[in-house]
Design a protein around this ligand. Sequence first.
Ligand code: MN
Ligand code: MN
Length: 414
Amino acid sequence: EMAEERGFVPFDAGNDYAPGSRVYYNEKNKALILAVIGRQGVKNGLHLIAAHIDSPRVDLKTTPLYEEAEMAYFKTHYYGSIRRYQWVTTPLAMHGRISLKSGTHLDFALGEKEGEPQFVITDLLPHLAKGLNPGPIDTVITGEMLNILIGSYPTAAGAETDPVKQKVLEILEKEYGIEEEDFLSAEICFVPACKASDIGFDRSMIGAYGQDDKICAYPAVAALTRLEVPENTTIVLLADKEEVGNGSVSGMDSAYIDYFMEDLCVMDKVNLRDVLRKSQALSADVSSGYDPAYRDCFDIHNVNRMNHGAIIQKYNGYNGKADTNDAGAEYLAEIRRILDSAGVLWQSGETGRIDLGGGRTLARCIANRNIDVVDIGVPVLSMHSTFETTSKLDIYMLYKALSAFMNTEIHVLY
Ligand code: MN
Ligand code: MN
């Protein structure tokens, strides 16, 4: 909707587009490609900025509903890496879609508006927790314990078994026209039901769920929609399924991305492979912010600090850079030149101390297509939690950096 308001129209591969044309491609309502056609088209390479729009969350299993101790619950399977203990006793909202065999779809965003019901995963009272569950905090709550409480009142219909579950089913039938079996064709997730807010007396920070990676996706879209006529065709790709390894039809490993770029090449009568080789990309994704409460988890000489600007991260990965995109010297020099000439405040750190863990981004999926790419982002405190914290200055610097990148003409590096 935001793109359409700013003049983007659905991409039609058969059309000829003049420089400055704004197009989009919607990948099954889960991922989105936005593009502004450049003066040179794609023949000298294209600019690609990719960010992901999925976030760690709690998904429903396909047979979710059950009753125990006269209470009704949903079974879940968490999505992405979470610290499970953070998700208990957090008010949850229900989002997603249930598709019916009739071909109709029911979309949910329940628990976000004032007065709507919310949901919760319960926890043990401290009075009984003493001495129980010794050991690492991440082992206390297991995946199978993330069951969401959804009802406690029995049906009046006098069901023989599971009267509370029956009552929930009656409500689902009455209010949404769905029956238990319909959860077999559903994509329902539960997320923290809290609004974004300013953090601190100085209001310098933002607290919200899901900032990884919407805090990069939004500035990328904002920069692209303000772009006039770039030299090189510029693409912003909002990817799905990054938090689970970029698979599935809407993930970054899917061929829809290649086909879109190929259509642009056909339009300009050039080969895709020649265009990709000359293309330049930024993988816009968050990284860890240095947190002094956990100083032992960082190498103090290579941290990303709050309010020190956008992060350029040459590589990430784990166990000696495994599974990473390690950006080349020549390309990093080009990025330094672009950011410094635009007056962007930026820094270059690592996620954390070697061999503690690590992470991956979209960068590897881009590099696999023979496009030069490096990670850019902002530092986040409590990343992947139910309430992440970022700095407004860093996000603005990311916007400036992405905008400068889009406005720089690609020239030959090798
Ligand atoms: Mn993430
Ligand atoms: Mn991310």
